[in-house]
Structure formats: C-alpha cells, structure tokens
Design a protein around this ligand. Sequence first.
Ligand code: ADP
Length: 764
Amino acid sequence: MSLVIVDDSLFNLDLLEAILQPLGRPIVRFRDPLAALDGIESLEPVLVVTDHLMPEMEGVELVRRLRSMPAVADVPVLMLTSADENAVRVTAFEVGVTDFATRPIDPIELRARARALMQLGIARNELRWQARMLAGEVQDTTANLATVLDSGPGTLSRFARDASGAWRPVWHSDNFSRLTGYTLAEASAPDFSQHTMRVDPYAGRAEALARSSAPGMASWDFDFRHKHGHWLRLGQNLRVVISGAYEEELVAYTYDFTAQYQAAKLIEAGKQRLDMLLSASPGALFQMELNESGAAAMVFMADAIVRVTGYRFDAMPGGCITTLYDEMSLARHADAIASARLRGEASYEAHLQHKDGRWIWADVRLSASEGPASMRITGYIADVTGERETRAELERTRTELKAVVEASPGALVTLLYGPSATDKAVLFASHGIARVTGYSAEECRDPAWFQSVVDPAYWRDMMETRWQLLQLRPAILQLPILHKSDGWRWVQLAFRPHERSADGKVLVFGYMTDITEQKAQDARLAQTVKLATLGEMATSMAHELNQPLTIISFAAQNLFNAYNQDEQARPRLDRIIAQAHRASKLIDHLRVFGRAQDSAPSAVHWQDALAGAMLLAGAKLRMAGITPDVRVPDDLPPVQGHLVLLEQVLLNVINNACDAYQLATPPVPGADRTLVIAAEAMTGAIRMTVADRAGGIPPAAMERVFEPFFTTKAASQGTGLGLSFSYGVIADMKGSMTVRNAGGGAEFEIILPIATLPIFTESQ
Ligand code: ADP
C-alpha cells in the first residue's frame, strides 16, 4: 500500500518525496520506468506519480502498460506535465491517466491532488480485495449448495421460456433423476407434465407462477407419477428471477412429501371418523384437571352432554354434573378418580337425575394422563339406562328359561357337529339328562358317551341323522339306550340344526325325552291289532281243522277197536290216535289264543293259580338251581278269569325264566338265580310281577316277544307261542300283560281286575 514515484531526475524524485511525505504512506522511487513496471505489482500501490518525459520510456507508455496489468489496471495515476505539453494530456487520458499536475510544481496543489487520488486508490484496493473475498465465498457456497442439493430431499431446476413463451426445463440438479426417475431429456418432452401429473397441472402452477416473480416466491403441490409407476406427492417452490442476460428465468425447488402428505391425510380421515363417532355416540367426552389435593375441575364438556342429562354444560345446576348424582354415585365418582390416578383407568355406573326428573343410569369411564401442569382425566359418559333394563330383562328371561328347561321332563342338549364323522362336541346338556339316562350332565358332555349307551343296532340310524343335520335338516331319532341303573330305555331325540359356521360346523339343538312308556303303549296297541287279526285267523283255522281231525280221530279209534289184535296195525293206529290227540290240543291252544273261550269267567284266587303253576314247575326250577321268592299277601282279593288258563300263563312265564337262566351268557352265578314273584292290590285291580335276573330281553327282541311264533330259542326248545298265548288269555280276562327290563333281568307284569263274581274253586 505504497506511493510509487517514477522520474528520471534525482532532484525531482527528492522534491516529490518531500512533498508527498506528509500523506503518511511508504514511498517507493523509480528512476527507470522499466524497473517500475517490473516491481510495481508486488507493491500494491495506492497511487502512481510519474513524469512524462523520461529517456527510457515516456510516461504515457508507462501508463498504457500499467493498465494492461490486472493487479494495477485501475490504480490512480497522477502525471506531471509542463504547460506546453497539453497535446500529450489528451493521449494520456485515453490510455488511462487519472489526473495531471503542471510543472513547475506547486507543492500544495500537488499534495492535494495526490491525497484525493490516493484515497481513491485505497478505496479501489479495498474493493478489489473484497471482490476477491466474495469470489472465494461464492465458490465455497456454490460447492456447498451442490452438496446440499444432491444429498437433500429435493431437486433444483431452472426453466427458460421457449419460442412460444412456455417454460421449458434447461437444467435439473442431479437429484432430479433420483426423485422422478426421469432424465432431463425425458423431462423436456413437451407432453411430460400431461402424463406425469395428476389432475389439471396448470391451474395450480399458473397461479403459483403469477405470484412468483422476484422477489416473491410461491408454492404449490401436485401428484406426480414416478417413472416406475407409483404416485408421489411433490411440492414445488417457484421463483422467477432475472438472469445475468437480463432474461426471465424460473427457478424451482421440488421436494417429495408423499409420506407427510399421506400421514396428514390419514390424520384428517381419523379426525373425521372420530368426529363422526363422537357425534353419533350417545355419550359425551369431558376433561377434568386435578390439582395437588386431588380436587377435580371440569375444563371441557362436549355438547352431547345435553343428550345424557338434558342440561347444557354451562347451564348445569351447581355448574357441575356431579350435583345430579345420588349419594352412592358421588362416592363411586370419588373412588374412580382416585383409582384412575393410581392405575390410569377406572369406570363406574352413576345414578343421576335427568332434567326431566327421571333417574337414569350412566356409564362413566375415566382415563388419566399427565397434563402440562397437573394431572388430567379424560372421560366419557353415556346413558346406559336402556341397556341396563335390557340386561335385567335378559337375566329374568334367562332365569325363567332355565327353570323351564330344568322343569321339563326331557333334557336339552346343544351339539356341534363337524364334517368329519368323529367330529362332535357336546356344548351343553341340561340337568334333565340325568332323569332320562341316569348319567350326570357332566358325564354326558363326553363326545363318546352317547354311542357307548346306544344299542349298536342303531348306530346306522345315528349316522343318518347326523348326515341329515349336516344338511341343516331337522331330524327325529328314536332308539334304545342303556340307562345307567335302570336297563334299556327308549329315548326320542328331536334335533333342530341352527346354523353352519364358516368352517362347516353345524350347531344343533336337541330335546331328549324318555318314550319307553309311550313306546310300550304303541307296541301294545300294535300287538293287540296284530294279535286280534292272527287270533281270528287262528280261530277260523282251528275251526276248519277241527272237523277233519275229529273224523280222523274217530276213524282211527274205530279201526283200533276193530284191529286191536293185529300186532302190526295196533302200534301204528296207536300213533295215529296219539298224534291226532296232540294236533287237537294244539288246535285248542290256537283257539284260546284266538280268544275262543267258551266258558264264562269267574272269581279266581291268584294264590291258587300260582300254587298250581309252582306244582308243575317245581322240578324244573330246582334243576335249574333257581330259588323262587314268593311275595303274595294272603288277603289278596280274587280276580276275574279262568283258573286253568291263569295257571298256564304263570307256567309259561316261569318256564321262560328257567330257560333264560340256562341260556344266559355269561352264566348267572347260583346266588343270583332268583325269581321274584309278587302280587299287590291296586284300586280295582291286582298287579302281579314275575322278575328274573337273567340279563333281560335284548331291545330288538323286546318289541316282538308277544308275537306268535317269535322265539330266540332252538327249534327243539321253543315254539314262540307261550307269550302270545298268555297275552291273549290275559287280554281276554280284561287285563293287561307287559314286560320290561329291570333289575338286571326281565320283569313281566300282569294286571287283572278284581272279581265281582262268585269265587270259583277247584271243587266246583
Ligand atoms: P318260547 O319260549 O317258546 O321261545 P315265548 O313266546 O314264551 O316262546 O317267548 C318268546 C321269546 O321271548 C323267547 O324266545 C325269549 O327270547 C324271550 N323271553 C321270554 N321270557 C324271557 C325271559 N324271562 N328272559 C329273557 N327272554 C325271554
């Protein structure tokens, strides 16, 4: 920052130095202009003072050269000229001399001019220095900007107007491809916006552009289809600037805010849903603030509180909802607040008085959170009076239903059938099932239980029923099951399929009843009809057969009388007579069976009939190791019937019991081989039972034992007529004969009306 003086005269140099010394700058002197040119750049001069006429180089030439050197091109130059050198001044100005001083030198003027010029030089030096600094900063900033742009979320673009005046991109920062998937060339296509931007892309942008001329900036956003096909939400900041070439240029910063946009949309949708829920929900939201001592102050109450209490919040008596509460609810409220403070959540039911005077029930839920200054409780209160009533009603109905179910003679079961054959669950069995089956409801819940008590002959029916239910068709099943303690019993199951779930399972409701009695009655009715028909047939057949048989008998007797001396004929005739006699006895049996009783009934004592039968059966019983246990009271009134026939009936039944003991598998141990024969008087009738313990009658046979010719015994042992005959005899005497399985064997029951006729005795 020095003053440079160039003059070929030493005297002049000394003089100039003396004049300029007071300006306070170091002074560098050159006698040779060429030497000055060599050294001047490193001196950073603030002023050059030079003579014009110098032998090595003229001042004008020196200045021309200085002006071509960048470091000193604009340094002020003061040239000394004499009065006659005016012509030189013009040339000197042209080459860039800043000012002149005329010789002879006026020291004061020279110094003044030099000072002014020197200040100009200093200012210029500073400017240059600042410019250099700025250039450096610009360079740095540009480099930084590039880094920021390429690592940041957005991309910078420049647009220029094309011939038609439309903006066309001329440059994108590197990020553009990353953001959009397109290259600059692709983005320059005239229809680029049309197929990448959703909705009318121009309305928003045009409006933004209108606001974007420098110094304004405008933003807009739009849906943009990425080259890979997915949609982005892009935001764009636009600014129109005047470029160095005095042309309009559009600078755009484009950034991706898809994630934020979607989040904002979700939040918006959530808020709308919440609003909807709140406006549709029957209750009201509220917020309370708790102070240190735990007192609560309501800070917000939704308008919906009108729907619950009838009051607007600001018009609530006492300014608080709890003034509507009863004692109990107040206590609950306090407890709930305390427990919400502790556990974060609490709820209670409040009983409160509505504006219209009704007492209603409200469900109150509290949830506590730490507020900015104190604890805050957000709550929800809703009228649940209706629900409570419904619930109570439901409870009543349920209790009644339960009572009905328990009181009903049958049992309710709920089953769940799955598509595979073994897939069955018993969801519910009412206690009535114990009455029907002897097993407890818990035992019946075992899916395998039912099959274990059903007569296997009916498994097929069960499978069919199951199939029908899986088709959602109702079904009724009647089958014998083995009661836990009471032998075989008939049950009816009425099933109603309810619904099929997604996995193919069918929910079924069933009602199980004991139909043993009904079944027995049905069987008796059927039997009666069947036996009546068969009886008539048997009677007419007996009648038809009787005549030829009598003729055969008589003829055989006559032949026997005539040929009883003939050794060969006699035994043969004897056999004919014996067989004819047997045949006629059989026909008699058939006649009895057909109720062809000719003799009139009389009063008969049961004891007498039993005594006769025991007389005949005694030996057989003894042989079979059976102990008869007779429990017949002596004072039993007589019944109305035929003594001999009754005897036969009892004999048949006792015989069957003997056979049953002999055929039983596994054999019945001797100690259990009893035969209980009992009789008792009922109103107007005598009931007699004969019960063995030989295993009972299989269900399939049960229905048929009274059928004529039904037998389970070998052909040599049974005819199948004993019970059918007995049944006919008893029916003929206006009585009834039934059988059931009980106490581990078969129990025959015979009921006969008490006699109103004179007593018949054997002596008659
Ligand atoms: P039969 O004795 O000739 O077979 P019935 O008419 O007397 O003819 O009996 C018919 C069937 O009833 C018998 O074959 C037997 O299967 C059955 N039955 C009768 N009584 C009993 C009993 N006490 N225990 C078991 N089964 C019996």
